[in-house]
Structures are given as structure tokens and as C-alpha cells.
Design a protein around this ligand. Structure first.
Ligand code: KG4
Ligand code: ZN
Length: 335
């Protein structure tokens, strides 16, 4: 049996979780800072770090209390090593190191995106080969996994990540941060749709590009302003939502057809988007086992870090007290 304490502080959530055997959540605590960042229209790194410092001890204590375990019950301490905001990452890393040092526990550094993928292990056992669509604030990728711990990226964004595009479009539509959920909500109010472009890139590519879509949103608002017209933001939000969903779903289905995985997983904050979830279900659920975590396991949390750390533990991956925050950490196989 393993009991892993996991800590995640890569962006604007201070999170700690206790995970048993990589699949059972004993506790999953998330303290969000969203309100503090909303007035700035996005995450302010220095503000994020300060909030993490204030919250991390209480969040870890709460997770241990909820899980009804003490430090002496733990097998290891896991923490997000990267990618993310360096100051924010360091708060989690120093906390994890201090716990590991004080209680003589092994330390495991987890890649944030590997964590998002392994969130699915908390829902349903992962079956290989699998295809993962990762759609978050910093990443848009299609990743093939033929076995546990081995990641083969087959496509990625060439410019903006999809969540980033949501957040920028939201800001242009004067919607508060975080943009994704607010664009989705506004799109539901639309009675018409402003058609926006889709970027398919060259034939056979699994890459993504969202900067053209973002520019199309900005241009439409700008052109309307020059003509003295009030932009129909709901129709624009719907057009944006439809374009993103079409591209993500079509790419995923094409990759499924080519690689014939046993499972398709969806990971990252944008996987919380109901339009995307429904479209994937419509197109894939009758062909393959489609796993989409519940909303609270799609957005940043520490349970996913613990789930991934369990597999890393089994593979023999160990960090040490020289661990540093790695803002641009690449996704590397650990098995
Ligand atoms: O995975 P995540 O919580 O943090 C990163 O690792 O980046 O993803 C955050 C991103 C943000 O860009 C946010 O706007 C987006 O996920 N997001 C959504 C939804 N909920 C969160 N995007 C679209 N629809 C949503 N419902
Ligand atoms: Zn994330």
C-alpha cells in the first residue's frame, strides 16, 4: 500500500491531497486565489506566490486531517516540479522538501501535465495504448501512451494554448477572469452565432493553432467599434466556443482513427467545458472508452499529482533535496 501526500502550487490554486495506492482520494483540498487575480484580469505571479506562502501550511494540515493520517503514515511526499510560475512552484517544492527532510520521506517531483493525465486514474483504470487530449491554460497537446509513464506527443499548439485563447477572448469580451467558464456561460445565452475561423494547418498534422482565432475575435470587436455597432458578445462567445470545440474534437477523432487506442482521456482545465465534453461524447463514446474526469479533477488540484506520483514511485523515480522549480519543464517519460 502507498499513501502519498501531494502538493500542487504551480499557478493560482494552493492544493494538497492524500492518495492511497494511486487511485483512492483520502483528501483533496484546494484553496483558490481566483478572486485576488480577477481584479487584474489574469494571474499576477508575485501575488500568486504570496498567497501560496500564506495558505500552504493550512492546506497541507487540512488534507492530512481529512485523510485521517499523520506524517508517519506517509510513503512519500510528491510535489509539482514544473512547468508553472517559478515563484509559485517554489513554495510547494520548499514545503515538500521540508516535510521530506523532517520526516525522512522520499520526495517525488511530478510534471504538471503528467498529473493532469493521471487524474483519469482516479476515475477509471488507465488502459494502454491510450490517447490523451490535454487542454489547459498552458498546454494543448495530443499524447499517445503505449504504456504507463511513457508519453509520445503527436501534436501540440504552435502558438497560444487553448485555455490561454479562452482567457484572452474573454478579456476582449470584457468578461472576468478566469475566461473559460465565463465564455462558456455567455455562449449558452446566444440566440445566434458569429462564425469564426478554424485553423486546420497542413494535412496530416495533429498540431493546433489558436492565435488566428484570438485575432478574429479582436478584429470583430474592433471593426464593430469603428462602425459604431455594439458587438453581440454572446454570439461571438458562441462562435468562439464552436470553433475551439470543432478543432479539438476533430483532431482527437482523427488521431483515434489512426492510432486505434483502447481509451481516450481528456485532461486539463478546458476539459471542464461542457460543450467540449458533450461533443467528445457524441463523436467517440460509441467507438472507444472515453474518460473525462469530473470538473474538480480537470482544473488544477493535488489529487492528480498524487495519482501520477504513485506510478512514478512504482517506476523507481525519486527526487532529492536539490529539487528546484522548473518553469519550462518538458514532459518526459518516467518509465
Ligand atoms: O489546467 P488548468 O486549471 O491550469 C493550467 O494548468 O493551465 O487550466 C486553466 C485553464 C484556464 O485558461 C481556464 O480559462 C480554462 O482552463 N477553463 C475553461 C473552463 N474551465 C477552466 N475553459 C473552457 N471552459 C471551461 N469551463
Ligand atoms: Zn493545470
Amino acid at each position: 500500500m502507498t499513501i502519498i501526500l501531494a502538493i500542487e502550487t504551480s499557478c493560482d490554486e494552493t492544493a494538497a491531497a492524500v492518495i492511497k495506492d494511486g487511485t483512492t482520494i483520502l483528501a483533496n483540498v484546494v484553496a483558490t486565489q481566483m478572486e485576488s487575480h480577477a481584479r487584474f484580469g489574469g494571474v499576477v505571479p508575485e501575488v500568486a506566490s504570496r498567497h501560496h506562502v500564506e495558505a500552504v501550511t493550512a492546506v497541507v494540515e487540512e488534507a492530512l486531517e481529512k485523510a485521517e493520517v499523520t506524517f508517519s503514515d506517509l510513503t512519500a511526499v510528491a510535489v509539482t516540479e514544473g512547468p508553472g510560475l517559478v515563484g509559485a512552484l517554489l513554495v510547494g517544492i520548499h514545503t515538500a522538501k521540508a516535510i521530506a527532510f523532517a520526516h525522512q520521506l522520499p520526495l517525488i517531483g511530478v510534471h504538471h501535465i503528467a498529473g493532469h493525465i493521471y487524474a483519469n486514474q482516479l476515475v477509471q483504470p488507465m488502459q494502454f495504448p491510450l490517447l490523451a487530449l490535454v487542454a489547459s491554460g498552458g498546454h494543448t497537446e495530443l499524447i499517445l501512451m503505449k504504456e504507463d509513464g511513457v508519453f509520445e506527443p503527436i501534436g501540440q499548439t504552435r502558438d497560444d494554448a487553448v485555455g490561454e485563447a479562452y482567457d484572452k477572448a474573454a478579456r476582449a469580451m470584457k468578461l472576468p477572469y478566469p475566461g473559460g467558464p465565463n465564455v462558456e456561460k455567455l455562449a449558452l445565452e446566444a440566440t445566434e452565432e458569429i462564425k469564426l475561423p478554424r485553423s486546420w494547418l497542413e494535412k496530416g498534422s495533429y498540431d493546433f493553432s489558436f492565435s488566428g482565432l484570438k485575432s478574429a475575435v479582436l478584429n470583430r470587436i474592433h471593426n464593430d467599434q469603428q462602425k459604431g455597432i455594439d458587438t453581440n458578445f454572446a454570439a461571438l462567445a458562441k462562435g468562439f466556443q464552436e470553433s475551439v470545440t470543432d478543432v479539438l474534437v476533430t483532431r482527437t477523432v482523427t488521431a483515434y482513427d489512426e492510432f486505434q487506442p483502447k481509451q481516450v482521456l481528456v485532461a486539463g482545465g478546458v476539459a471542464a467545458n461542457k460543450g467540449l465534453r458533450h461533443a467528445l461524447e457524441n463523436r467517440l463514446a460509441n467507438k472507444v472508452e472515453l474518460v473525462i474526469p469530473p470538473l474538480h479533477l480537470c482544473t488544477d488540484n493535488a489529487a492528480m499529482i498524487g495519482a501520477c506520483a504513485h506510478q512514478m514511485w512504482l517506476s523507481g523515480a525519486r527526487g532529492d533535496l536539490s529539487m528546484n522549480g522548473r518553469p519550462g519543464m518538458p514532459l518526459q517519460s518516467f518509465a
